[in-house]
Design a protein around this ligand. Sequence first.
Ligand code: HEM
Length: 229
Amino acid sequence: MGTTDNRVDLEDGIIDSDTIKRNALIVILSGIETLPDYIGSVIYYMLQSPEHFARLRKEIHTVFTVSEDILAEAVQNLKFLKACMNKSLRMALPFIGTLPRRVPACGVYICGQFVKGGTTVGIHNWSIMYSGRFWKSPEVFCPDRWMDDPKYEDDTREAFYPFGVGPRICVARNLVIIKASLILARILFDFDMELELSSSHDWPKRNGHLVPNKRPLFIRVKADTGEGI
Ligand code: HEM
């Protein structure tokens, strides 16, 4: 890669500095908006069900005895945490917009219909995540959906692509999952929590175009070593 004036030459193309700045903005905004929202949604849905919350804390305290052991590789063993994270991601997507794609000049058939070259097409992610065509009782938060519960065996898991698909898939997806798992495991290892229902009961009902408008999530937090869990 070499530079000429304000342009960057790549092997197979050229990117000018304005494009680089715009892309830098996308990376920064993508990071700021999404991860905290994702972590908030897991906590929200967990606290909606004391039974799920207790089960999650029990899993974390069974796998770890000291918080220093909560490291990137080890958090992958937290199966229930993973199920809760997947479920929250489906219910409260941090990126709810349509993912646009431009049809190549020759045109293509999409679902049996010819679409002209140059047309912008896209799939609205939120609609897929809440479609009864793909998910049994899509409005219900049930992490066991991701733990091989036979009740949900007909769910179309292939429809779950919160990070997009194809060559423009979210570049940070693996990092996001590891970071969120680490943060959640650390917080839930040390603290018991309760949802402040009067102000946060309808927290997921948020409008927005590409990303949901942010609303504060109020919770009561109590230091708790997990003894007796
Ligand atoms: C739960 C958190 C996140 C979700 C659900 C998410 C989701 C997405 C989605 C759906 C796309 C569009 C993919 C497509 O067009 O097919 C995307 C793209 C992108 N995301 Fe994320 N994202 C998350 C977190 C992050 C973070 C933390 C960063 C950066 C640190 C990031 C950086 C990007 C970038 C740079 C792109 C554009 C990739 C490209 O066009 O090649 N994302 N993300």
